[in-house]
Design a protein around this ligand. Structure first.
Ligand code: HEC
Length: 124
């Protein structure tokens, strides 16, 4: 009886030892097979259509938020395009932690970020 159990356990253990690395290998294969993502190019005209969620705060000179604390909203028009992309990515990833911007950036795709950055960089 004891022998049967330990044999079963051993077999199960072996099965897992084979199955787990196999699953990892398959995941790696899938990742390698995925086509390289097309480079994302920002389009200012497309960006102009995406600013409805931004102008409420960034469109008002000297605007201050009341939540979570009284805070000055930075001017983003005319800002360097690469800087804007980096900033939005940082909010999205949580590297920058401002709650409103984090929420807003998390809803943006890479293309949205590129378009918005292109728009604001041109819009002085
Ligand atoms: C609820 C108000 C609010 C809205 C709406 C909002 N922002 Fe912001 N945004 C802020 C505040 C406040 C900051 C400064 C946060 C900080 O200190 O990190 C900020 C910071 C930024 C920054 C970084 C600026 C810098 O100088 O580092 C960028 C870029 C930005 N917002 C882009 C956007 C875009 C694009 C949208 C629309 C998709 C948007 N924001 C919508 C309030 C807002």
């Amino acid at each position: 009886m004891l022998k049967t159990i330990s044999k079963t356990t051993l077999l199960l253990g072996l099965g897992l030892a084979v199955a787990v690395p196999n699953a990892y290998a398959q995941g790696a294969k899938k990742a390698a097979a995925a086509p390289a993502p097309a480079p994302i190019v920002g389009n200012a005209e497309a960006g102009a259509k995406k600013i409805s969620n931004c102008i409420g705060c960034h469109g008002i000179p000297e605007y201050k938020t009341a939540f979570p604390t009284v805070y000055r909203v930075p001017k983003i028009s005319g800002q360097n395009e690469k800087y804007l992309i980096a900033a939005l990515n940082a909010y999205r990833s949580g590297e920058r932690s401002h709650p409103s911007m984090k929420g807003i950036a998390s809803a943006l795709s890479d293309q949205d970020i590129a378009d918005l950055a292109a728009y604001y960089a041109k819009n002085k």
